[in-house]
Design a protein around this ligand. Structure first.
Ligand SMILES: *Cc1c(COP(=O)(O)O)cnc(C)c1O
Length: 505
């Protein structure tokens, strides 16, 4: 409402009340002005009401919402369903124009502002996460694998003769497939074992680079966040190598933004060497639905070029989800989530170590992996890992999601390439194991519940293995069937016999 409208209001109710209402509205509007001026995450989170006010203000600036607008084009932002209109706050024009995903759309001033604000706030989040010298980023409505494809296709414009992408092995399909989908030949660098940790084999990487010839290499694709027992790649050394050989360096930072160790590696690699772009998923780092990723880098020109390589327009949903989330959390809320995650990492590690020990297993010593960790599964008479794999499905049926069981012996074909022991990041890791991750948003209750269910599953497996039908306290155990009850209700108390618990939520 403008001044004139408010004046008219004061003909209806006493002017003093209207003045007070105006002050309240100003409080919202001042936040919006501050945001537009600084384009940074607000120090404290906004209320939903302020956020919705901003979104409404943006929506009325788009042509599909102009009163009396007469659209005679083929893209007029018409929405058939009111539910869909509401779901998008009536912002229907998406982002970008046919030639550039970061371009302003004349028909949609509001959507364009939203896109620019989202990119600015995400840049701020990247800095808060520890990559201070990042210069530019943008949100793409594709998950990480496809965003990596876009980066590689942009690099191709600069290196038309390059055929190879050098890739220290990480057993995650989408990053490997991104290389093949982009039309390049992956050159896999196997990891080396250091204690329990699997890490970058720099010597082999260097030798491969020399063998192939720098100009034939499109880029080295390194990885920060990964499942234990692999640890983040030696980013600094790879960055230095890339700089000295003039080879681009793309970093797959899928869920690494939430870890100060991963972001530190990227910052350092860029400082002492070369990082052309680093890519992270929006859902894994910012607790939004799957659908987007962020492409970021230190050279504004290159990041802009990637944006221009994107053919056509795109959904604004990932940008809007991020804008809403970062406004809602505020810098303090975001930093709190990062701090809590770090704390949960320590807690999960401690609980898993104890749990493993009690079951005759051990926590793998992979301290240099800041998110994921593993526990050995040494099961007798289980050469093909059937029993180990069964542990994974037993956990899943008990509503534990996200653990991975890796047992040796499997061969896998990914995009036509054969991998031995795919999942283990290595042809011959010496243990079967189970992994779990302390990712952003994890709570202490998640850890406690997981450990309680894992203890039961492991105990049951060990007993089945030893052919013993008695639990640790000599009580008769029922290993055969399904019992009622929930381990949430029964707790552990050390008393309950080991039963096949059908979890109930
Ligand atoms: C999630 C993830 C990716 C990308 O997968 P998308 O489904 O494309 O987001 C790549 N590498 C790793 C290590 C990941 O965790």
């Amino acid at each position: 409402m403008d001044a004139q409208a408010r004046k008219l209001c004061s003909n209806l109710v006493p002017a003093a009340y209207i003045t007070q209402g105006e002050q309240a509205r100003n409080a919202h509007e001042n936040k919006i002005k501050h945001l537009l001026q600084h384009r940074k995450i607000p120090a404290e989170g906004w209320t939903d009401q302020t956020i919705e006010l901003l979104l409404q203000e943006l929506a009325v600036m788009d042509s599909n919402n102009f009163p009396g607008n007469c659209g005679v084009g083929e893209r007029e932002g018409r929405i058939a369903s009111q539910l869909v209109a509401q779901r998008h706050y009536r912002l229907a024009h998406g982002i970008g124009r046919s030639g550039d995903i970061t371009a302003v759309q004349p028909k949609a001033a509001g959507s364009s502002v939203l896109m620019k604000l989202a990119n600015s706030l995400v840049l701020d989040a990247i800095k808060l996460s520890g990559i201070q010298s990042v210069s530019s980023c943008f949100v793409v409505p594709m998950a990480t694998g496809m965003a990596l494809v876009l980066c590689m296709l942009t690099l191709r414009l600069r290196r038309p003769d390059a055929k190879y992408v050098v890739w220290p092995r990480i057993d995650q399909k989408s990053c490997f497939k991104s290389i093949v989908t982009a039309g390049f030949e992956p050159v896999v660098i196997e990891n080396i074992l250091d204690g329990d940790e699997l890490c970058t084999d720099l010597e082999t990487l260097k030798r491969k680079v020399d063998e192939l010839g720098a100009s034939n290499i499109l880029c080295v694709m390194s990885t920060t966040s990964c499942f234990a027992p692999r640890i983040p790649d030696k980013l600094e050394e790879i960055g230095e190598l890339c700089k000295s050989k003039d080879i681009p360096h793309i970093v797959n930072n899928a869920y690494g933004l939430q870890s100060s160790k991963c972001t530190h590696l990227i910052q350092q690699a860029a400082r002492v060497g070369r990082v052309d772009a680093f890519v992270q998923s929006t859902d894994k780092n910012f607790m939004v639905p799957v659908g987007g990723s962020v492409i970021a880098g230190f050279d504004r020109g290159f990041i802009e070029q990637i944006g221009k390589t994107y053919p056509g327009r795109a959904s604004n949903t990932p940008s809007m989800d991020l804008l809403i989330t970062l406004l809602s959390l505020g810098a303090s809320g975001y930093k709190k989530l990062l701090a809590e995650r770090k704390e949960m990492y320590g807690y999960l590690q401690e609980r898993l170590a104890t749990c493993a020990e009690q079951c005759g297993e051990r926590l793998l010593s992979t301290r240099r992996n800041p998110i994921s960790m593993g526990v050995t599964l040494t099961l007798a008479n289980d050469p093909e890992g059937k029993m180990a794999t069964e542990i994974g499905s037993m956990l899943f049926t008990r509503f534990v999601s996200g653990t991975r069981v890796v047992a040796p012996g499997k061969e896998n074909v990914v995009s036509g390439y054969k991998f031995e022991n795919f999942g283990a990041h290595s042809n011959d890791y010496p243990h079967a194991y189970l992994t779990a991750a302390a990712a952003i948003g994890m709570t202490k209750l998640d850890v406690d519940t997981f450990i309680s269910r894992l203890e039961k599953v492991l105990a049951k497996c060990k007993q089945t293995q030893s052919g013993d039908s008695h639990d640790a306290e000599g009580n008769e155990c029922d290993l055969s069937g399904v019992e009622n009850g929930s381990d949430l209700q029964s707790g552990d108390g050390g008393k309950s016999s080991i039963i096949y618990v059908q979890d109930q939520l």
